[in-house]
Design a protein around this ligand. Sequence first.
Ligand SMILES: [Zn+2]
Ligand SMILES: [Zn+2]
Length: 287
Amino acid sequence: MTWTNYHSHSYFCDGKFPPEEHIKEAIKQGLIAYGVSTHCPVPFPSTWNMKMDEVPQYVKEVREAQEKYKDQIQVYLGMEVDYIPDVVGCSSDFIRAAKLDYTVGSIHYVDQFDDGKHWEIDGPHNIFLAGLEQIFNNNPQAAVERYFELTRKMVEEDCPDVVGHLDKIKMQSEDGVLFNEQQQWYKKAIEATLETIASANVIVEVNTRGIYKKATTTPYPSPWVLEKMLDMQIPISLNADSHVPNEITKEFAPTAQLLEEIGFKQIHILYNGEWQPVAFDRNGLKP
Ligand SMILES: [Zn+2]
Ligand SMILES: [Zn+2]
């Protein structure tokens, strides 16, 4: 089936394989374009961000694959760029210097513990609970509102090409106990964020990783958020957030079906060097 995927990880961060292995799988599956989006370096210890001194090798490997496979697939060099105010973002010097083809901007870190350690909101649940207690006084509303506030700040001040997994923080409360999407304050936080996104005219990815990792039952963003996005004419892309080659289009068919049912007619792909809308259905793109 004809798809694209621009959110993918490799052995340069927390993936397992070289970018080339993913690209070969993409060719095998008939994808028309593939983007590699390694987690960007951050200036503090991290187990899953790329190391700063590996950036040149990363750029070299992806650019070589781009050339090597250019008759079979369009390969794009990207990064999933963390946004941490005054620490890292798409306009950081080292990001600009890498001359990327595109960026996915994501919030994984929300504020800091007393010892200065950055709090990861999409890691193990015990880390989530620790930050909730120590940074937000066990107030889930304050933590979640801060997450969306940072998302808006990223879009307003350091806008990526694509907003990554918009509501990923929901994975920490799948049972709806800590917080849930029916709460008025949650809806308000989403609505405010969508207003900012619509003003910036930035693409929001529909990310299937939560579903196939069984962290969530719905994509990021949730169907009700996607309905609002359609009303607000916010452009979408469809991404797997793959970490191994067999994940590069996981859950795409049912998610595309969901998007069709909601009423989306087009998704945005990076093709011939430009983000552009294409028609799709559950069986793939219709370029
Ligand atoms: Zn991410
Ligand atoms: Zn990712």
